[in-house]
Design a protein around this ligand. Structure first.
Ligand SMILES: Nc1nc2c(c(=O)[nH]1)N[C@H]1C(S)=C(S)[C@@H](COP(=O)(O)O)O[C@H]1N2
Ligand SMILES: [Mo]
Length: 507
């Protein structure tokens, strides 16, 4: 055990030694993770557990504040906390090596606990964290000893040991992460897929389904712009060749399906808008694609659903579950087991190789990505991920409308001003959109021609405005004539309500 006095090892140096030890621990963990699988990385596992344990308000805050960057922000936060704790461990270890080592051990224990309690995890998933503890403690010991030597050459020894540790930590973490990633395999599998032609193509989009107006959301969302919302800190990676789907539970004839089986079936193609329950009024989490897939209801009829089943539980490749109301899937709407979006295989972020799409339900009760298992059961017997967190188990899409043009706080020249946006109420369709200026009379907006009740519609209007500050508001009625309510509510537990408004200055 190294004996050093605090005046020989300054606090800063001790803190640095702690951080370097934690770095060596993490580098080691990532290298071992290459063998034990991406979900066993202590950093990833702690992050995934943090996502699962986060209260609703925190999750809402993260989604609305950081958007698609919520995950990097979370990982950054974990690393900052880790560095701070490790620095303290280093300072403590100068006086009492054992206590410092135990602190490093505690960090590893948290990682091991997180990794072994992920869905589908086994005891083996503790290995990266255990290896990290050993490496961390050993490096802590070595660095403290290198620093304890008093001869002048030892200064160089310490510098060399510190630099070596830093290099090992960075190299271990990056090489480990590269070895863990299968993005090459996934890209290869994706590009090898030749999507079959649908036996039932999507109906031709009618003329007038899209206004040409700069800044207005296009009818079809290009794949690269399709929104992404999920709990996956690392994207579940499996190739089409590895993929299979098991349909079981309350069925007469369980089905096991390969990707080739699915491709060989008569597929249909439909335009469908998908949106997220966490979308705030006026928010960006809605997109429209032309989906290629097999009708889910037909597949379930092939399996023979037993009387009494009312919930369809989809499980993804990482063990995350989504519960879909069975009645909705079977009521005649065109729910899909989708393999293609906009003429391409699904993007890895959007569920490659196979996902579910149910028009009219929010994504959290219907759109399972990386889907590998479908179980017929009841709501009484099983709570899926979001239902466990008290979100509404049905997830019917609420009617929504958004102003895209002009942008909030835009300066617009006096004269006629064009106001435009999109509105959606999947499966009920959009019946009308109205807008008003400065709280005045509601006025009808012009609607783009409906493609399908399952897709959004664009709206537009021209107004003459005086100079000064003005506020636009929009509201939509669905195909049944029900208008969006004025009352503003938060997304939890069944979606945000209220009218979107935008303020602009006319100059
Ligand atoms: N496996 C899995 N599927 C999932 C989710 C998830 O976290 N994991 N999130 C759901 C939610 S909340 C939404 S809104 C949609 C979003 O789909 P997208 O990311 O393709 O836009 O996917 C759904 N499917
Ligand atoms: Mo969502």
């Amino acid at each position: 055990m190294p004996h050093v006095s605090i005046d020989r090892t300054s606090k800063w140096k001790a803190a640095l030694i702690g951080v370097l030890s934690a770095g060596a621990a993490l580098g080691t963990a990532e290298l071992v993770t290459a063998a034990t699988g991406p979900n066993s990385s202590p950093v990833t596992a702690v992050g995934s557990s943090a996502i699962d344990l986060a209260p609703v308000w925190l999750k809402d805050f993260a989604i609305s504040t950081f958007g698609n960057y919520d995950k990097p922000v979370l990982l950054g936060g974990i690393l900052v906390a880790l560095v701070a704790f490790a620095a303290v461990a280093g300072i403590v270890a100068v006086r009492r090596f054992a206590v410092g080592a135990v602190m490093i051990g505690l960090l590893g224990a948290v990682g091991a606990l997180a990794a072994t309690t992920r869905p589908g995890a086994s005891a083996l998933d503790a290995l990266p964290s255990l290896a990290a503890i050993l490496a961390g403690a050993a490096v802590l010991h070595l660095l403290l000893r290198a620093d304890a030597d008093t001869d002048s050459p030892s200064r160089r020894t310490f510098l060399a040991a510190g630099a070596g540790t830093a290099a090992y930590a960075l190299l271990g973490a990056s090489v480990g992460r590269i070895l863990q990633q299968r993005s090459g395999d996934i890209a290869q599998s994706r590009s090898a897929i030749k999507l079959p032609a649908p036996v039932s193509p999507a109906a031709a989009r009618p003329t007038g389904h899209e206004f040409s107006l700069p800044g207005l959301t296009p009818f079809q969302t290009p794949n690269r712009d399709f929104y992404r919302v999920d709990t996956a800190l690392v994207i579940p990676e499996l190739t089409a060749e590895e993929w299979s789907l098991r349909i079981h539970g309350m069925v007469d004839r369980p089905i096991e399906l390969s990707f080739a089986d699915l491709m060989a079936k008569p597929l249909i193609e439909r335009d469908i808008t998908l949106c997220c329950v966490s979308n705030e009024v006026g928010g960006p989490y809605a997109s429209t694609a032309r989906w290629l897939g097999f009708p889910l209801a037909q597949l379930l009829r092939e399996a023979g659903v037993k009387a009494g089943a009312n919930q369809l539980v989809g499980t993804d490749h990482a063990g995350m579950t989504i519960g879909t109301p069975l009645e909705v899937v079977m009521d005649g709407r065109e729910s899909l087991l989708a393999i293609g979006m906009n003429g391409e295989p699904l993007l890895p972020t959007n569920g490659f190789p196979v996902r579910q799409i149910v028009p009219g339900l929010f994504g959290y009760t219907s759109a399972t990505k990386w889907l590998v298992d479908l179980e017929l059961t009841t709501f009484d017997k099983y709570d899926a991920y979001w239902t466990e967190r008290q979100w509404d188990p049905i997830g019917t899409v609420l009617t929504a409308s958004r102003i895209d043009v002009p942008k909030p706080f835009a300066q617009v020249p006096a004269g006629p001003v064009t106001v435009a946006g999109v509105a959606w109420a999947q499966h009920r369709g959009i019946g009308a959109v109205q807008f008003r200026v400065d709280g005045g009379e509601w006025q009808p907006a012009q609607l783009s021609t409906e493609v399908s009740p399952d897709t959004w519609r664009q709206w537009r209007a021209n107004v003459q405005l005086d100079k000064g500050l003005h506020r636009f508001e929009v509201r939509a009625a669905d195909g049944r004539g029900d208008w969006q309510p004025e009352e503003r509510t938060r997304p939890f537990p069944r979606g945000a309500t209220g009218w979107h408004s935008v303020a602009v200055t006319v100059t």
